[in-house]
Design a protein. Structure first.
Length: 351
């Protein structure tokens, strides 16, 4: 008896629902209209993605252990490689203003050819707004238009330490549009770009991939390049000193070819020894220069492109029909609860 009292009779609910068909029809039509008003002004957007696999180096020998740890929710990281920027940090790197600013001057062109400008200018002047939000945005920006001082915004004078409001908004939009995901088991990198134009989405995806590769390459080869430039400078100086010593020795030997005095021979021997020492120094530094150059190449990471950027043919969203359908289903649920509220109230009261 108590169990039956604590249950809602489905048959009673069904009878009430079927007896209020007209109400459900009115609610459905009203919900359909409201949902359409909400969702249809939302601009369509497209997504383009690139997938690439980085060369991780020493960690490859520990892939099986990392994969096993990842399956249990642990991440061992790549600290064993000595590389401070390992793949797990790539999403954080892409989400920085330093990375976003490298995309602002990328030349973009819309699919229909009506827009041909920089990515910064495109985001600033050529975005389709959400029509329902236009009045609210206008009211929000009205005080700034009336009392604010017009700032001179330019990507050429962009100071990352002190951005203008407009610049900060544009960089924020770029960080939102460009996202990066990492598979913890395989290290595969997935860069996805969302945009209102399919061609621009593919263009920025390709540019973001190139910028990520350049950023990682700069970091991985920075120390080796510093060493290379250092040895290059020393080698150039050593070569100059050797050539100077060789010239002095040759001139002295030619000028005193027939001289048999021991003092001249001793000086000639000293000049020859000095020339040989400078040659040995030059030869040693040149060998170290070649090793430093090889180190730059060794530290340059190789990225395997699994999937290149392509222009999407169909929009990724908004899912208008799904949104409308979910809103109608939700309205049915709410309407059912309202017309059967006495049953629900009685259920909780009995408890």
């Amino acid at each position: 008896m108590n169990e039956r009292d604590n249950q809602i009779d489905i048959i009673v609910v069904a009878k009430r629902v079927t007896s209020r068909k007209k109400l459900f029809l009115k609610v459905s039509l009203a919900t359909f209209a409201v949902a359409c008003i909400i969702i249809f002004p939302v601009p369509r957007y497209y997504t383009s993605s690139v997938v690439l696999a980085p060369e991780i180096g020493d960690i490859m020998g520990k892939n099986s252990l990392s994969s096993l740890a990842s399956s249990f929710g642990f991440n061992l990281g790549n600290s064993s490689t000595g590389d401070a920027i390992y793949p797990d940090l790539y999403p954080a790197l892409i989400n920085t203003n330093d990375f976003a600013i490298n995309l602002t001057q990328c030349k973009v062109k819309s699919k229909d050819g009506s827009v041909n400008t920089t990515y910064y200018d495109y985001l600033l002047k050529h975005q389709k707004p959400y029509l329902l939000a236009v009045p609210f945005n206008w009211l929000k920006n009205l005080p700034k238009k009336l009392f604010g001082k017009k700032a001179k915004d330019s990507t050429k004078d962009m100071n990352l330490f002190w951005l203008t409001e407009e610049q900060d908004d544009i960089l924020g939009a770029i960080r939102k549009n460009v996202t990066c995901g990492i598979d913890p088991k395989t290290g595969v990198i997935n860069i996805t770009v969302e945009d209102q134009d399919p061609l621009i989405a593919a263009t920025i995806a390709d540019k973001a991939m190139a910028e990520l590769q350049n950023a990682i390459t700069r970091y991985r080869t920075n120390k080796a390049k510093v060493d290379y430039e250092y040895y290059k400078k020393l080698t150039t100086e050593a070569k100059h000193q050797y050539e100077k010593a060789r010239q002095i020795y040759g001139s002295y030997s030619d000028a005193n070819m027939d001289v048999i005095l021991e003092s001249y021979k001793a000086k000639q021997s000293d000049l020859e020894n000095d020339m040989q020492l400078k040659y040995n120094t030059y030869s040693t530094l040149n060998t170290q220069l070649q090793q430093a150059q090889a180190k730059v190449q060794e530290n340059t990471p190789a990225f395997t492109i699994i999937k290149e950027a392509s222009v999407p043919q169909l929009p990724a969203g908004p899912k208008r029909m799904i949104f409308v359908a979910l809103m109608i289903i939700l309205s049915w649920i709410v309407t059912t609860v309202v017309i059967c509220k006495d049953l629900f109230v009685g259920l909780f009261t009995r408890k």
